[in-house]
Design a protein around this ligand. Structure first.
Ligand code: FAD
Length: 447
């Protein structure tokens, strides 16, 4: 059996759906496939944090559905919590969302477009390449099916199955993301029998168990007045092999929530998965192919935030794919502007994340605890580090405050230098594929 379409998208998570939505509005035919059954698409092991800024921007640009307020909580505070109770409270416009319900709402909107065909319970089997161009995929549903497309999109999440199944060739990206560039992450949704202590808060917390894990983090995110999503993530380095993430989570959870004052709680869901912990792929395109979302490592390595980036990348991807279809040119060169967008935006944001991971790797995650304790960095500066793509941190002020802590100052200066080097290299991302090799060798030397 065979089908023809303008664009086939593998993966109906946020990355795939935002592109499908944008292209359908432009009148292009789209086949969206997902291995999950129709009623489970959207269900994803996740901390559920999603800043409303992401879906609001996507709504404005593409008319993308806003989540129903019944299952999207607005949070106003981001808390960095140290092991001895010290905090940074950072006012923020953030939130959490029920991934299954939002995913299902998006699918219902997508199904209103005649030009979108959703194939659920359909698994990618092979990528079809002719010459040096990707021309579609073979999938398995009830029976094998070949889908021919002008452009194939890999939005299949952290395992990037299209990338992985490409035949040998000369690509500008690795065919899989190495294990040490991924977080293993585990989450639980727990419901208390009384209102919990984290109303409208997203808490990132340092816990003593993280000390041995290298780059890592523990979170508590409010879902509603009685429910929180908790969990932890750490990089899959050789030293962490054999550790049991579920047990580590249980130890932390029991310590944090088992005092009588917390009341009783029920665990509603618990599961683990992986998140990319790397800079974006050096290139996210090839002839006839565009890679996005976790498959392209767009999640921020500082905290594994990938839902928003996966959604928002759909704006640029839609523009680039639309232009390619209009000009009937699906070459790598024509799709290249997506790389420029990804690097100038997510590459820049991830620079601090990568530099922080390097710092935690060298000095253990306890350094974050020490930063909170010593107050060398203010709440406002932390916000700048997390959200600002411009180089606007005033190091002189930090150094002045840090005179009492010379060792810490040195570590923070090293962090800033690493982040700056990556950011300034990102600025030089080549305008077309010709400049790529030189740029990429410098990147490899930097990271
Ligand atoms: C424990 C944990 C906690 C996290 N917490 C947060 C958080 O709080 N906030 C945040 O922003 N991000 C968080 N993330 C990351 C976030 O979940 C991802 O970044 C986001 O879901 C990426 O979206 P995506 O569309 O790229 O991929 P996904 O959401 O993974 O979607 C990929 C889709 O592809 C489909 N697929 C995969 N393989 C195939 C195949 N062979 N054939 C057909 N279909 C296939 C899958 O079924 C899936 O529906 C967390 C991740 C984990 C694991």
């Amino acid at each position: 059996m065979g089908m023809k379409t303008d664009v086939v998208i593998v993966g109906a998570g946020p990355a795939g759906c935002s592109i499908a939505f944008g292209l359908a509005r432009q009148g292009h035919s789209v086949v969206l496939i997902d291995k999950k059954s129709r009623d489970t698409i959207g269900a994803k092991v996740c901390g559920d944090a999603l800043s409303p800024a992401y879906y609001e921007q996507l709504h404005e640009a593409l008319g993308f559905p806003l989540p129903d307020p019944d299952y999207a909580l607005r949070c106003d505070t981001l808390v960095y919590q140290g092991s001895n109770g010290n905090h940074f409270y950072i006012p923020s416009n953030s939130g959490t969302v029920d991934r299954l319900l939002y995913g299902q709402q998006i699918l219902e909107e997508l199904e209103k477009f005649d030009s979108v065909t959703l194939l659920s319970s359909t698994t990618l089997k092979e990528v079809i390449v002719e010459g040096d161009t990707v021309v579609g995929v073979r999938v398995i549903a009830d029976e094998p099916l070949e889908i021919r497309a002008k452009i194939t999109v890999d939005a299949s999440g952290v395992n990037s199955v299209v990338r992985k199944r490409l035949p040998d060739g000369n690509y500008k990206f690795p065919v899989s993301t190495p294990r040490h560039q991924r977080y293993v992450a585990y989450r639980e949704i727990i419901r208390f029998d009384r209102p919990h202590d984290y109303p409208q808060q997203l808490v990132i917390s340092y816990q003593p168990e993280l000390e041995e894990l290298g780059p890592s983090y523990f979170w508590i995110f409010a879902r509603d007045s009685h429910t929180v999503n908790i969990g932890l993530g750490y990089t899959i380095t050789p030293q962490n092999r054999g550790k049991n993430i579920k047990d580590i989570n249980t130890t932390i959870r029991d310590r944090m929530f088992s005092t009588p004052a917390e009341g009783n709680y029920k665990i509603l869901a618990s599961q683990g998965d992986q998140i990319p912990a790397a800079l974006p792929l050096p290139s996210c395109v090839a002839n006839g192919l565009l890679i996005t979302g976790d498959a392209a490592c767009l999640a921020n390595p500082i905290n594994g935030e990938g839902h928003g980036p996966a959604l928002l990348a759909g704006i640029s991807a839609t523009d680039v794919i639309h232009a390619a279809l209009q000009t009937d040119d699906v070459s790598e060169k024509q799709l290249w502007p997506f790389n420029i967008h990804v690097w100038r935006h997510y590459g820049k944001l991830s620079a601090w994340g990568i530099a922080t991971m390097q710092l935690m790797d060298r000095h253990s995650p306890k350094i974050i605890d020490e930063v909170i304790d010593t107050r060398i960095i203010t709440q406002k500066e932390i916000t700048t580090i997390i959200t600002d793509t411009e180089n606007s941190l005033d190091m002189k002020r930090i150094v002045f405050r840090a005179l009492k802590h010379p060792r810490m100052t040195w570590k923070l200066l090293t962090l800033k230098r690493s982040a700056d080097r990556i950011r300034s290299h990102v600025e030089d991302y080549p305008e077309d594929p010709e400049g790529f090799e030189t740029w990429n060798s410098r990147l490899e030397a930097l990271v």
